[in-house]
Design a protein around this ligand. Structure first.
Ligand SMILES: [Zn+2]
Length: 154
């Protein structure tokens, strides 16, 4: 029941903070992922937004380093056009920072392992956390849960 194969597939690296130069990231990442993760870019909502309306069961990993960030069971439709979650996978998934750009004070969400920019977190989410993690699809890779048992209902 090991999951080493799964880890290989998504390119998980060793635990701990990953330090790479901007040039190295640029080579490694897709242009959109590079723009979001390394230059705090924001992708467009709704149109062509990969994971906004994505409803498959599975896990969302950092597109930069493969760190497990979010799971589909904590995803909800926020109506914003970006994938939104009310909680993170674990304490090791993300770190936050105060962001005072654009004349607002927001809380930036970064990958805890590679410090890539993921999005922002707001306090208007649903229960039980009241949090809304508003994340750029380009910053994540999705992997579907393998279904061993047949889904009941639906
Ligand atoms: Zn990362």
């Amino acid at each position: 029941m090991g999951n080493s194969k799964e880890n290989e597939a998504i390119g998980v690296k060793k635990r701990g903070t990953i330090k790479q130069t901007d040039e190295e990231w640029k080579k490694q990442l897709e242009p959109e992922a590079y723009y979001v993760l390394r230059h705090k870019g924001t992708e467009r909502p709704f149109v062509n937004n990969k994971y906004y309306a994505h409803k498959e069961k599975g896990k969302y990993y950092c597109a930069g380093c493969g760190n497990l960030l979010f799971t589909s069971d904590k995803k909800f439709d926020s109506g914003t056009g970006w994938p939104s979650y009310y909680d993170v996978y674990s304490d090791e998934s993300i770190t936050t920072k105060t962001d005072k750009s654009l004349g607002m004070e927001r809380t930036e969400v970064l990958c805890a392992r590679c410090e890539g920019h993921l999005g922002h977190v707001f306090d208007d989410g649903p229960k039980p956390t009241g949090k809304r993690y508003c994340i750029n699809s380009a910053a994540m890779d999705f992997k579907r849960d393998e279904q061993k048992e047949k889904d009941k209902g639906e």
